[in-house]
Ligand binder design. Structure first.
Ligand SMILES: Nc1nc2c(ncn2[C@@H]2O[C@H](COP(=O)(O)OP(=O)(O)O)[C@@H](O)[C@H]2O)c(=O)[nH]1
Ligand SMILES: [Mg+2]
Length: 720
């Protein structure tokens, strides 16, 4: 394969809703470029991109694949990412390698939630993109409605570069208002031929052409002047305007295709080469310390790894973008994160699972390496002269959780290893070994994503596992002052035990002054604070411990044991065994025995006194509350709102944005179980949401009662 220079490289990411035709389009692009000689189909389970068994069983992309095609002395690297909301991590990784996006739209459906989500990420990453209106050969294809829909959502920056003459089952012709030509597909020769625009299309074509010229002029002052003077632009000026406008996200040109048949694909590739930004035509990438690194093939070699995958019989395959220099096979590089040395004995370009060895790749290009020692996703490898480190890819917060357990205990260790491997491949999955809940919790983007993980465990790793409902990390706290004491005494046989502790507990509030006295249980207790300890609890919140012992009622050497007893109860709360938080305790009196007192006695006394006081202090169970944002098409708003109300949600706001409603609410985690699945079925997969931990709040009384009962029942059961 030829070595392409930086300015002959275009890196594109395919975007759009699942089913819009991204994978089929990539198959067409490889075929048109002569990289493949036979076109695969989704149904035939033989596309270059969807080559994983799990994808073929699902008939849908699950992982992003890195492909390339060659066309008119240029190379187009294609990142074909899955469209489903749950696989957004794969798309985000793609944003870090691509320089422009192709937003594929199914012309039967118009703008879908996947279009909306991906366009929001494009905005965030300042990523230019082209609309590709696809499925135009479908009987229900509707270009006009799709166009209206695009304009509604994206405004006048979306401009027609092409429109179909005859969308529907007999679709074969596209009018291109950049070139002012008609492209007609010849099914016998399987090629697209160029024609003059027929008379009955001239007015329409002129109108779109003028809109395009005006849009092209708008992003460049000198073009704007020319346009005002001459009322038009030359083809060269227009092309310049489109290219600049596209790169600055001032223009989103609209192209037309019927993927699978290849209609419109060659012309789209030509446009990508002529008008989409080369790596050097985007904002210059910055390292974590703010150094700008240009895509200069003469510079020192620096590679950023944006994706890890695991292939049977090969192991990890790591994909990189050449950020600087020209990387050659056999080079020794240094990993900026691990400081480890890596020899790139071989480098590859890939088209799905097909790898081709190549001896060098220039800045801006994309390649893959295998058998690296320590290099993984998000790492940078450098030539010894530099120590660049590119920023890690930001993946979205998880929003779906489930617990997983092995059916055979002997598989436990193997499960751990497999999960950490899967996490590398799909970094939106997080594995939590919760000591508190005594569960392994998987956090991810949705049920389907985690089912695919399960599919891997079942079919590839051969570990039998089961998903079980995840427990909720409740907390316990108190709401008023309470006093208690406990005498621990044991004198039967051997050495005796004796310890007695008096204490007062109270809710802890930040910035509250230290207590001086309490009136509680009909007593006046005045405090003389000798020592104060503030403990930040691992599980959130605080415990403040005051030693107010006077006259040596408890020897100072036993106070740590008293605290230890209290801490034990904080870790295993009196109501439901959950962690307790935000409490202050003043130990103000006690008693010792000259022979029998020891640490164990005071620990036991401290724990018991604390538990008694806790139960008298009007204790409450607290639950984690999440802040969620739901994005839903306006026509489904009512259903989604009433569902949220059933989940004890507190709606905090609503916004209309580009044909979608955004609902902001706070919802208890306990009510979010399988939310992504129910939201999907409520809206026909047309909505999405994000969630983020907000705070702990008291649960309503009836739920508290229910939780306590459940805990008591469970304790009984354990006693047996
Ligand atoms: N008729 C027709 N079918 C298409 C077109 N593009 C894709 N398809 C079919 O639509 C389905 C989804 O396509 P796929 O490429 O997997 O979409 P992706 O999820 O965006 O990758 C498959 O069954 C394709 O064969 C098109 O332009 N016309
Ligand atoms: Mg796909």
């Amino acid at each position: 394969m030829k070595i392409y220079h930086t300015n002959q490289i275009r890196n594109i990411v395919l975007l759009g809703n699942a089913g819009s035709g991204k994978t089929t389009l990539s198959e067409d692009m490889l075929y048109e470029g002569g990289v493949t000689h036979r076109k695969g189909t989704i149904q035939g389970k033989n596309t270059v991109s969807d080559y994983n068994q799990v994808e073929q069983e699902n008939l849908n992309s699950v992982y992003s694949s890195i492909l390339y095609t060659e066309f008119t002395d240029h190379k187009i690297n294609i990142l074909d990412a899955p469209g489903g909301d749950e696989f957004i991590g794969q798309v985000i990784a793609g944003f870090n390698a691509a320089d422009s996006g192709m937003m594929v739209i199914n012309s039967q459906n118009g703008v879908e939630v996947g279009t909306e989500i991906h366009s929001r990420y494009c905005e965030y990453h300042n990523m230019p993109f082209v609309f590709v209106v696809n499925h135009l050969d479908h009987e229900k294809a509707n270009f006009e409605k799709t166009l209206e829909n695009i304009r509604q959502n994206f405004g006048n920056k979306a401009v027609v570069a092409q429109y179909p003459v005859n969308s529907g089952l007999s679709f074969d012709s596209i009018i291109d208002v950049v070139k002012m030509k008609m492209y007609k597909y010849n099914p016998d020769k399987q090629v697209t031929e160029e024609f003059d625009i027929p008379d009955d299309q001239k007015d329409q074509a002129e109108q779109y052409h003028n809109e395009l010229v005006e849009a092209a002029a708008e992003n460049d002052e000198s073009l704007m002047e020319t346009f005002f003077e001459k009322d038009t632009l030359s083809e060269e000026e227009m092309m310049k305007g489109i290219k600049e406008g596209l790169a600055q996200r001032g223009i989103f040109p609209i192209f037309c295709t019927a993927a699978g048949k290849g209609i419109g694909v060659q012309r789209l590739m030509e446009f990508i080469i002529n008008s989409c930004p080369a790596p050097t035509e985007r904002e210059t990438p910055k390292t974590t310390d703010g150094t700008e690194v240009e895509f200069n093939p003469e510079g020192p070699v620096s590679l950023f790894f944006f994706k890890t995958f695991n292939e049977p019989h090969i192991g990890d395959i790591n994909y990189f973008k050449v950020m600087s220099g020209t990387v050659e096979e056999g080079m020794d590089l240094i990993n900026a994160t691990t400081q480890g040395k890596e020899r790139l004995s071989q480098i590859y370009v890939t088209a799905g699972k097909n790898r081709q060895k190549i001896n060098k790749l220039m800045a801006g290009d994309i390649g893959a390496a295998v058998k690296l020692k320590t290099t993984k996703l998000n790492h940078t490898l450098n030539q010894s002269k530099v120590s660049h480190q590119f920023p890690s890819i930001e993946f979205p917060e998880p929003k779906y959780r489930t617990a997983i357990k092995v059916l055979n205990e002997s598989d436990e260790e193997k499960l751990g290893e497999e999960l950490s491997r899967i996490q590398q491949i799909d970094p939106t999955i997080q594995v939590e070994y919760s000591k508190e809940l005594r569960q392994i919790i998987l956090h991810g983007q949705g049920e389907h994503q985690l089912n695919i993980l399960k599919w891997h465990l079942d079919n590839i790793s051969k570990i039998e596992t089961e998903f079980i409902p995840p427990k909720i990390p409740y907390r316990e706290t108190i709401t008023k002052v309470a006093q208690a004491s406990h005498r621990h005494k044991k004198q039967s046989g051997g050495a005796g035990q004796f310890g007695e502790v008096y204490l007062v507990i109270e809710p802890h509030r930040e910035d509250a002054p230290d207590p001086t006295s309490y009136k509680v249980n009909g007593m006046d207790i005045s405090l003389n604070i000798r020592d104060k300890q503030e403990h930040e609890l691992e599980w959130g919140g605080k415990l403040i411990f005051y030693n107010c012992i006077v006259g040596g009622a408890i020897d100072a050497k036993f106070m740590p044991a008293v605290l230890k007893g209290i801490m034990e109860k904080m870790e295993n709360g009196p109501l439901t065994g959950s962690y307790a938080r935000d409490i202050r305790v003043a130990v103000y009196d006690g008693k010792m025995h000259p022979v029998d007192s020891n640490e164990v006695s005071f620990k036991t006394a401290g724990r018991a006194a604390f538990e008694k006081a806790f139960k008298d202090a009007n204790p409450k169970i607290m639950e984690p509350i999440y802040r969620i944002e739901v994005l839903v098409p306006s026509d489904r708003m009512g259903d989604v709102m009433s569902d949220l109300q059933g989940r004890r949600a507190m709606v905090e706001g609503m916004d209309s944005e580009r044909g979608f409603e955004k609902i902001k609410a706070k919802v208890p985690l306990a009510e979010m179980h399988k939310y992504s699945t129910s939201l999907g079925s409520l809206t026909g997969g047309r909505a999405t949401y994000t969630m983020k931990f907000s705070e702990y709040q008291q649960v309503p009384p009836e739920i508290q009662e229910k939780l306590i009962k459940e805990f008591e029942a469970q304790k009984e059961e354990e006693k047996g």
